[in-house]
Design a protein around this ligand. Structure first.
Ligand code: MTE
Ligand code: LUZ
Ligand code: MOS
Length: 753
C-alpha cells in the first residue's frame, strides 16, 4: 500500500495551511519580537506604524479579554510580554494589516526600547543561581553509593549536546475566521488541536465549544508543533475575534527560527563503574537541561531523559537526576525523541570513555550489558519480549560486523590521510506518553449509504504516514478495498479532547480507537446479514467485499449489506474509544509500568574521514530494527531513513548557537547547516527483526516515529573512532555536534597541551 499522500506531495497538490483559499477581507499579521533576551520594556510606540496605510490594528497584552497565559503544563508563559522580556524574539505585539508586506513594513516603524538586564544562557550557571523551572527529579535503583565499592573500574566525565532546529518545511502558522455569533474557525498547523482549542478559549475567555480547530496535514512537525503551534493560533484568533475579520499569521523562516523553541541543549555529568569482566555495576548521572525562559514541555521531556538514562542496558545500580534550568533563551520544546536522545548520548559517552581507558572496543562493553528478558528497568518496569540482544546478534551476524571491523582496522593501517571509524548503536525506546492519562484516543466512523467510509480520528498527518496506516486499519477491519475509505481532516468538533499526535503513539492510540469503532460497526452489519440470511451473526464473515455464510460466499455484497442495514434503521456511524491498558506510574516512588512496550534495534555506522580536510562521509549504516508486524513497510522504512538522517544532522552538522547575551547567531539556513544529500549515508540497509509484535501495538505493528532518531547518535562515536585512528592523542570532548571544524581541530590537536 502506497502512502495515500504520495501523488499529492510530488505533484504539489497536497493542501497545507497556506493553500487554504482565503476568504474575502482576509487580513495578514506579523509578530513583533523582543530585540533583547532579558530586560524591561521602557518604550513601545506604535504611532508611526499605526498611521502607515493598510495597517488595521496592533494587538498587545492589553487587548486580551481572557488570560494572557499559554503555559500548557505550568502557567508561566504569557502570550504577549507585558513589562519584561525573557528571551530574544519573545512576542510583544501583533501587527495586522491588509497584506503581509504592509504588516512587515509597519513592524519596522515600531519604536521599542529596553533597559537591558544580564542574561543567563548556560544551564549550569542557571542552576548555580538557583534558576530552576521546576524542582529537580531523581530516579533510583539499587544502591549506587554502595555499588562503587564493588567496582574494579570507575570513570567520570561530562557530556554535552546542543539544541536542534526542527526545520519542518512548513513554518508555524494559523488562519482564523469568525463564524456565526463570533464563534471561531481555526486552521492551525498543529500536532495538538485540542491544546490550541483550549488555549484560545482561555485567552479569549470563551468556552471551548466556541472554537473549532481543523487540521488537514502538516508539512512536518517533529515535535515542534506539539506545544508551540499554540501561540500563533491564539494571536490570529485574538485578532479575528476582536475585529471580526479573517486573519492569517504564518511565520517567515527567520521569525520561526528566532521565536520558536528547539530541542533542549543538555550538559551532563556521569560516573560509571564496571567489574573486571566489564559488567556495568553502577551508573550515576546529572542532567542540566537548558529549558529556556518558560517550562513549556520541559517537565515530561526531563522525565523521558530519566526513563532513558540507561538506553538498552541493564544496570543494577542507577541514580539519575535532572535539573531543568531557566535561561534567557526561547522555551525549548519537544523534538523527536523527547529528551531520550540527550540521555542516550550520555550513556554511550560513559561506555565509550570506559572502553577507551581500558583499551577495548566499546562494542564489547555494550554487548555484555544489553538488557535481557525479565531484567527490571531502573524505573521498575520488567522488561518483556526484549529484542536488544536479538537485534544486536542479528546485526553482527547478517552484516558480518566483526569482519567489517577487521577490514576497517586494516584500511586504517594502510592509509595515512584517510581513516575509517565504526560505531555500534543499540537503541531502546519506551512507547506511551509517560503521563498515563494522555494515553487515550477516539475515532468517529461513518459508513455512507453507498458503502464508502469516512474516518475521523485525533491523529495529525505530518508526513509520517499515519493517515495511510489508519486507512489500512479500517479497510482491513471491514475487509473492503482501501479505495472505499477516506481519511477526514482532524477536527475538534468531530473528535474532541485529543492528545497531541506525539510520543510515536499516533497510529497505536488512534488506530486502536478506530478499530474499536469499526468492530462495533462490523457487529451491527453481521447482525443484519444474519437477519437477511436467517442465521446467527457468528456464522457471518465479511471477506473481500462479500458476505460469507459458514465459509461459503453468498450473493450479498458489502454495498447490499450496507444498504439493507440502513433500511433496517440501524446506525451506520460509530464512535470508538481506546485507553492503553496495563500502564501506570507512581510519581512519589518514581516506579511503575509506564510503557505499553519498548522498541529495540541496533545499527552499525561506518564513516570515512578525510584527515587533510576534516571532511567525512558516512559510508554505510546497517540496521536491524524491531518493527513488530509492520502495517506498511515502505512508510516504516521512510521513518527509519528520516530519523537516522535527522540524528546524524544533530550529531555532526547542526550547530545551534547563541551568544552570551542570548542572541541567536545561527539564525538562518546560511549559518545553521542541516543535512543535505551529501550528509546522508551512501548506503542504508535496514532489516526487519522477525517478531510477532506486541498486542498493545496497532495490529502488532510497532510505533516507529521517534526511535530511529537514536541510531544517528552513533555518528558521533563512529567519527570519534576515525579521528582517534589518525590522532590517538586527539583532544576530544564528549560534545556534539562534532562539526567538520571541530573534527579538523581534533585531528591536529593534542590533549596534553
Ligand atoms: N515524520 C515526518 N515525515 N514528519 C514529522 O513531523 N514527526 C516525528 C515522527 N516522524 C515526524 C515524522 C515525531 S516527533 C513523532 S512523535 C511521530 O512521527 C508522530 O507520529 P506517529 O505517532 O504517528 O508515529
Ligand atoms: N509528549 C508528551 C511526548 O507529552 N509525553 C511524552 O511522553 C512524549 N514522548 C515523546 C514525545 N512527545
Ligand atoms: Mo514527537 S517529539 O513526540 O512530536
Amino acid at each position: 500500500m502506497k502512502n495515500i499522500d504520495a501523488t499529492g506531495h510530488v505533484t504539489g497538490k497536497s493542501v497545507y495551511l497556506d493553500d487554504i483559499p482565503e476568504q474575502k477581507g482576509t487580513l495578514h499579521a506579523v509578530v513583533l519580537g523582543a530585540a533583547v533576551a532579558h530586560g524591561k520594556i521602557t518604550k513601545l510606540d506604535f504611532t508611526e506604524a499605526l498611521s502607515s496605510p493598510g495597517v488595521e490594528y496592533i494587538f498587545t497584552a492589553d487587548d486580551i479579554p481572557g488570560e494572557n497565559q499559554i503555559g500548557g503544563i505550568f502557567p508561566d508563559e504569557p502570550l504577549f510580554a507585558e513589562k519584561e522580556v525573557h528571551y530574544q524574539g519573545q512576542p510583544i505585539a501583533l501587527i495586522v494589516a491588509k497584506d503581509e508586506f504592509t504588516a512587515r513594513k509597519a513592524r519596522k516603524l515600531i519604536k521599542a526600547e529596553y533597559e537591558e538586564y544580564s542574561a543567563v544562557v548556560d544551564p549550569r550557571e542557571a542552576k548555580e543561581k538557583g534558576l530552576l523551572l521546576f524542582p529537580p527529579r531523581t530516579f533510583h535503583s539499587g544502591d549506587v553509593e554502595k555499588a562503587w565499592e564493588n567496582c574494579d573500574y570507575i570513570f567520570k566525565g561530562r557530556a554535552d549536546t546542543a539544541g536542534q532546529e526542527h526545520l519542518y518545511i512548513e513554518t508555524q502558522g494559523a488562519y482564523v475566521y469568525p463564524l456565526e455569533n463570533n464563534n471561531l474557525m481555526v486552521h492551525s498547523s498543529t500536532q495538538g488541536p485540542t491544546a490550541v482549542q483550549k488555549t484560545i478559549a482561555l485567552v479569549l475567555g470563551l468556552p471551548m465549544h466556541r472554537i473549532e480547530v481543523n487540521v488537514t496535514r502538516l508539512g512536518g512537525g517533529f515535535g515542534g508543533k506539539e506545544d508551540q503551534a499554540t501561540p500563533w493560533a491564539c494571536m490570529a484568533a485574538l485578532a479575528a475575534y476582536k475585529i471580526h475579520r479573517p486573519v492569517k499569521l504564518i511565520l517567515q523562516r527567520p521569525d520561526d527560527m528566532l521565536m520558536t523553541g528547539k530541542r533542549h541543549p543538555y550538559s551532563s555529568d556521569f560516573k560509571i563503574g564496571l567489574s573486571k569482566d566489564l559488567k556495568i555495576l553502577a551508573f550515576e548521572t546529572v542532567y542540566y537541561q537548558n529549558g529556556g525562559a518558560a517550562a513549556d514541555l520541559s517537565p515530561p521531556i526531563m522525565g523521558r531523559s530519566l526513563f532513558h538514562a540507561t538506553n538498552s542496558y541493564y544496570i543494577p545500580n542507577v541514580k539519575a537526576t535532572g535539573y531543568s534550568c531557566k535561561t534567557n533563551l526561547p522555551p525549548f520544546t519537544a523534538f523527536r525523541g523527547f529528551g531520550a536522545p540527550q540521555a542516550v548520548f550520555v550513556m554511550e559517552a560513559a561506555i565509550t570513555l570506559a572502553a577507551e581507558k581500558l583499551d577495548v572496543p566499546a562494542r564489547i562493553i555494550q554487548e555484555k550489558n544489553l538488557i535481557k528478558e525479565n531484567d527490571t528497568f531502573h524505573y521498575g518496569q520488567k522488561a518483556k519480549r526484549v529484542n536488544a540482544g536479538k537485534s544486536w546478534q542479528e546485526m553482527m551476524k547478517d552484516y558480518g560486523i566483526e569482519k567489517l571491523a577487521k577490514e576497517i582496522y586494516d584500511f586504517n593501517a594502510a592509509h595515512e590521510t584517510v581513516k575509517k571509524g565504526l560505531a555500534i548503536m543499540p537503541i531502546c525506546f519506551g512507547i506511551s506518553f509517560t503521563k498515563t492519562a494522555m494515553n487515550q484516543a477516539r475515532a468517529l466512523v461513518h459508513i455512507y449509504q453507498d458503502g464508502s467510509v469516512g474516518v475521523s480520528t485525533g491523529a495529525i498527518e505530518m508526513g509520517q504516514g499515519v493517515n495511510t496506516k489508519l486507512l489500512q486499519v479500517a479497510a482491513q477491519c471491514f475487509s473492503i478495498s482501501p479505495g472505499r475509505v477516506k481519511l477526514e481532516t482532524t477536527n475538534t468538533t468531530r473528535v474532541a479532547n485529543t492528545s497531541p499526535t506525539a510520543a510515536s503513539s499516533g497510529a497505536d492510540l488512534n488506530g486502536k480507537a478506530l478499530l474499536n469503532a469499526c468492530d462495533d460497526l462490523v457487529k451491527r452489519l453481521k447482525q443484519s446479514a444474519a437477519r437477511m440470511l436467517n442465521t446467527k451473526p457468528d456464522d457471518i464473515e465479511l471477506r473481500d467485499e462479500k458476505i460469507y455464510l459458514a465459509n461459503t460466499e453468498t450473493d450479498i455484497t458489502w454495498e447490499k449489506l450496507v444498504e439493507y442495514t440502513f433500511l433496517e434503521r440501524i446506525s451506520l456511524s460509530a464512535v470508538g474509544h481506546y485507553a492503553t491498558p496495563v500502564i501506570h506510574f507512581d510519581r512519589t516512588r518514581e516506579k511503575g509500568h509506564p510503557f505499553a512496550y519498548h522498541v529495540y534495534g541496533t545499527a552499525a555506522l561506518t564513516v570515512r574521514l578525510d584527515c587533510l580536510r576534516g571532511r567525512y562521509t558516512f559510508e554505510k549504516v546497517q540496521i536491524v530494527h524491531d518493527f513488530g508486524n509492520s502495517l506498511n513497510q515502505v512508510i516504516d522504512l521512510g521513518q527509519i531513513e528520516g530519523g537516522l538522517a535527522q540524528g546524524i544532522g544533530w550529531m555532526t552538522l547542526e550547530e545551534l548557537k547563541f551568544d552570551e547575551k542570548g542572541v541567536l547567531l545561527s539564525n538562518s539556513l546560511s549559518t545553521y547547516k542541516i543535512p543535505d544529500i551529501y550528509a546522508v549515508p551512501e548506503t542504508v540497509q535496514c532489516k526487519s527483526l522477525v517478531t510477532e509484535g506486541p498486542e498493545l501495538a496497532i495490529l502488532r505493528s510497532k510505533a516507529v516515529g521517534e526511535p530511529p532518531f537514536l541510531y544517528g547518535i552513533g555518528a558521533y562515536f563512529a567519527l570519534r573512532n576515525a579521528i582517534r585512528a589518525f590522532n590517538p592523542k586527539a583532544d576530544l570532548k564528549f560534545e556534539a555536534p562534532l562539526t567538520p571544524e571541530k573534527v579538523l581541530l581534533a585531528l591536529y590537536g593534542d590533549d596534553e597541551t
